[in-house]
Design a protein. Structure first.
Length: 366
């Protein structure tokens, strides 16, 4: 038995695709299923797999639309992973959707802020071609009306780059006491931007991200965030694939993965309180070219691979120790230190150890 898989190529942002594929792999192994890289041809079917389905893992409208069209032309059906069915994706012809429960997560985030007397809220860092950002903004505006908050489109800051978002946000920063960021990468950038301007977090502004990345717990202050369990997203994709194969009469189905809120220092580590309210075609996406997003993703890739020895090496580099001094302190060879540093540079796509140290210092990592 096979599951056909294709994914968007997104460079350094690919760690989340790796996690989704890991989840697909774990669930497929349990069910004795073989994962096949989709090559643009119609998937082979049999008596058990009578429905030609392809798992399509992506984040941008541009990629999802073009990929779905290609799959449909081959007489197969796409099953979108990391995208939910809404007004923007319902025309893609997908047999199913596996995505995070963003609407519920946004309700929890907004309720959390309102319950803690933070009602002047901005949404920061969205990108026009990113499906999940559209969903978050739509829910942000809907909940603002539901909660009787005086917020609207002017309180959403979206652009091609985070620095452009920050320019617009900076003109109106006095309006707000809380910011919801589209991702942990956006939150990481915003924390540094605010620090450089003397804005205190969380005293002046609460900051909340999305992703629960390793970097979100490594910076100072640590970032309150919404967990996105991409491994679980992959596991559920396999389950939905199997469900649709067993029920070919069901034209479309979906699964939502829960996204709990993780409270940390960027909101004062305030515990969650119960809500006080009742409850395309076009140019290719440019977010991967945003240097500030890429820096956050460099940090994420680095943190995902290092161990205690790597941490101690980095600590030595941050203290301006020589490689020889670091090796003596750790009782390992100079060549072993150089090898580990080279691995870090490769993992985070850093030019040299000076750039590595500069980035870690800038974002208060360690």
């Amino acid at each position: 038995m096979n599951i056909y898989v294709t994914s968007e190529q997104v460079g350094l942002q690919g760690y989340w695709i790796t996690d989704i594929l890991a989840g697909i792999g774990k669930e497929a192994l349990k069910k004795n299923i073989t994962i096949v890289d989709y090559n643009g041809q119609k998937p082979i079917t049999n008596d058990e797999y009578i429905r030609p389905l392809v798992l399509a893992i992506g984040y941008s409208y541009h990629w999802m639309e073009s990929t779905c069209r290609q799959i449909l032309r081959q007489g197969a059906q796409p099953l979108l992973v990391n995208a939910g069915m809404d007004i923007h994706t319902e025309a893609f012809g997908a047999a199913g959707f596996v995505s995070f429960g963003i609407q519920k997560a946004m309700y929890n985030v907004m309720s959390y802020l309102v319950a803690n007397k933070r009602q002047k809220i901005a949404f920061f860092g969205a990108h026009d071609d990113t499906h999940s950002d559209h969903v978050k903004i739509e829910e942000f505006l809907k909940l603002s009306r539901h909660m009787h908050l005086n917020l609207g489109e002017n309180d959403t800051y979206k652009d091609v780059t985070l620095s452009e978002c920050a320019k617009s946000f900076g003109l109106n920063i006095y309006r707000y006491n809380a910011v919801i960021c589209s991702s942990d990468a956006a939150a990481l950038y915003l924390l540094k931007w605010l620090e450089e301007r003397g804005v205190r977090v969380p005293e002046d502004l609460f900051v909340i991200g999305f992703g629960n990345s390793i970097a979100s717990a490594a910076v100072h202050p640590t970032i309150t965030t919404v967990e996105n369990n991409f491994v679980e997203l992959g596991r559920q994709a396999v389950k939905l694939h199997q469900f649709l194969q067993r029920n070919p009469d069901i034209s479309c189905s979906s699964i939502l993965v829960d996204c709990p809120l993780i409270e940390r220092q960027s909101t004062g580590s305030v515990r969650y309180k119960k809500p006080l309210v009742r409850a395309t075609t076009g140019s290719l996406p440019l977010y991967e070219a945003d240097p500030d997003v890429l820096t956050a993703l460099q940090i994420e890739e680095l943190l995902r691979m290092w161990d205690d020895i790597d941490r101690r090496i980095v600590d030595g580099l941050l203290k301006d120790k020589t490689i020889v001094a670091i090796a003596d302190g750790l009782f390992i060879s100079v060549s072993a230190i150089k090898y580990r540093i080279k691995k870090m540079l490769t993992a985070g796509n850093f030019k040299n150890k000076e750039e590595l140290v500069k980035v870690l210092r800038k974002y208060n990592v360690f």
